[in-house]
Design a protein around this ligand. Structure first.
Ligand code: GRF
Length: 207
């Protein structure tokens, strides 16, 4: 069974959607570890509640991004993970980390990329005045939210929306497309071709 690490910095509702998908048998993978850069991240409690090992690597304890990431790599490699899943992990990752897990890091972003990359994507969408926004799963490359796109989902932006109301409408879709993306990955159905991803059809059940 393939093993993943999930990295969180906050509430971990996306982590929860992945845990639920595993427990319901939708996802045939093992969450080997949940790691956070913040010891107070609620995502860690969610993991503990489900018997998943947790690790804390505080970025503030390191002199620079590279030494922080070297530690992350040591810890994650110790669990032998096949994929690193960024589920609200609020640290920019340098080429050191991205290169080590080349094409093996998946992220979710709360906008329809390439629109509104970076932080506060929901606010960026509201400020711009778009009629639709949504979310994107993608593999991580060296840019900010620029890697090959796996799945996108669209939601309307309503006139009375606040960052919170738009954010929660988007989150609902995140909780659907993240497990779906991981399922495709776990079934080896994602073929990266340059910056595009080809999704292979489901394999027929053997008789
Ligand atoms: C989500 O909106 C995700 O797209 C972004 O950070 C947020 C994390 O939410 N990268 P949660 O911690 O999974 O609830």
């Amino acid at each position: 069974m393939k093993k993943i690490a999930v990295l969180v910095s906050g509430g971990g509702s996306n982590l929860q959607s992945i845990i639920d998908a595993v427990e319901e048998g939708y996802l045939n993978i093992r969450i080997a570890v949940v790691l956070s850069n913040k010891e107070e991240a609620y995502g860690l409690s969610r993991a503990r509640d489900h018997g998943i090992p947790t690790e804390i690597v505080r970025h503030g304890d390191f002199e620079n991004r590279e030494s922080f990431e070297s530690k992350l790599i040591d810890v994650l490699d110790g669990y032998g993970v096949d994929l690193v899943v960024l589920a609200g992990f609020m640290r920019v990752l340098t080429p050191l980390f991205v290169g080590h897990y080349n094409q093996r890091i998946m992220n979710i972003h709360p906008a329809i990329l390439p629109s509104f990359p970076g932080t506060h994507a929901q606010k960026q969408a509201l400020d711009y005045g778009v009629r639709f926004s949504g979310c994107t799963t993608h593999f991580v490359d060296e840019g900010t939210d620029t890697g090959p796109i796996i799945i996108q989902a669209v939601v309307p932006v309503l006139p009375e929306d606040t960052e919170e109301s738009l954010g929660s409408r988007i989150l609902k879709e995140e909780h659907r497309i993240f497990p779906e993306s991981l399922k495709l990955w776990s079934e080896d159905r994602l073929v990266i071709e340059g910056r595009k991803i080809r999704i292979l059809p489901e394999k027929p059940l053997e008789a």
